[in-house]
Ligand binder design. Sequence first.
Ligand code: PAF
Length: 288
Amino acid sequence: MSVPLKTISQVSELRQELAAYRREGKTIALVPTMGNLHQGHLRLVEEAKRHADLVVTTIFVNPLQFNAGEDFESYPRTLEADQTMLASAGCNLLFTPSINEVYPNGQDNQTRVVVPGVSEGLCGQKRPGHFDGVATVVTKLFNFVQPDVACFGQKDYQQVTVIRKLVDDLSFAIKIIEVPTHRTPEGLALSSRNGYLTPEQLVKAPALYTVLKNMAQTLTTGNTHFHELTHTARARLAEQGFAPEYVEVRNLDLSPASLDAKSWVILIAARLGKARLIDNLIVQRDSN
Ligand code: PAF
């Protein structure tokens, strides 16, 4: 059901608006995004609605989390379509700040939030400084909105892990809700960057999920030769036209996979044409 969606771009107006809701005793859920919304984002909004009286979605393409040569300039900006989708999903408030509104003192001089350990390796290694940019903007969004809960997609597993540590270490009174990855019927995890895929690549792309499922299946049968498994998975991906960046099995807290863990997460990043795709799968070990 469509609800009236109010769009605000100034921090001062946002704070004023939210203060009024808080005075009425209403709880607030935050859904941070970079826009170009798809069904996966709408799942976040739907989940957010279950946990709070008011849902605030933010759309901000954060320059701090892009490296030189990445797609900051070309990242798809589709505000009108996003507003229509958010209204139909029942989002109440949309915050669309400018870069200057978020970083009024400039980006170079901006205080950064660094989350050690979990920000390193995986995407953190391939995209140096990326998670510092994410942690910095998410901290600012938390301060702007002061939500009771915030929803993040499980597709960005390392990002959610970074944010959980950030919330814990900086004592934010915010509950983090992780929403399962939304997939196409063929298994491709929804992502704004899927828009970079050609029709042929869109047909190939679900192979990434097949590789994850096959690895998970092998792990559950008791094969814990992690190195061999990841090596084979990389070869499978390369055969299908992907350029794998990493394939790793980790413990759920992203520490190196231990043989006695009850569950693991398999994480993959691979390029397919112009798109850099990431995906992951949690493997529960057979208790028998
Ligand atoms: O996942 C994203 O879209 C972004 O990394 C986030 C959390 C909105 C921060 O810019």
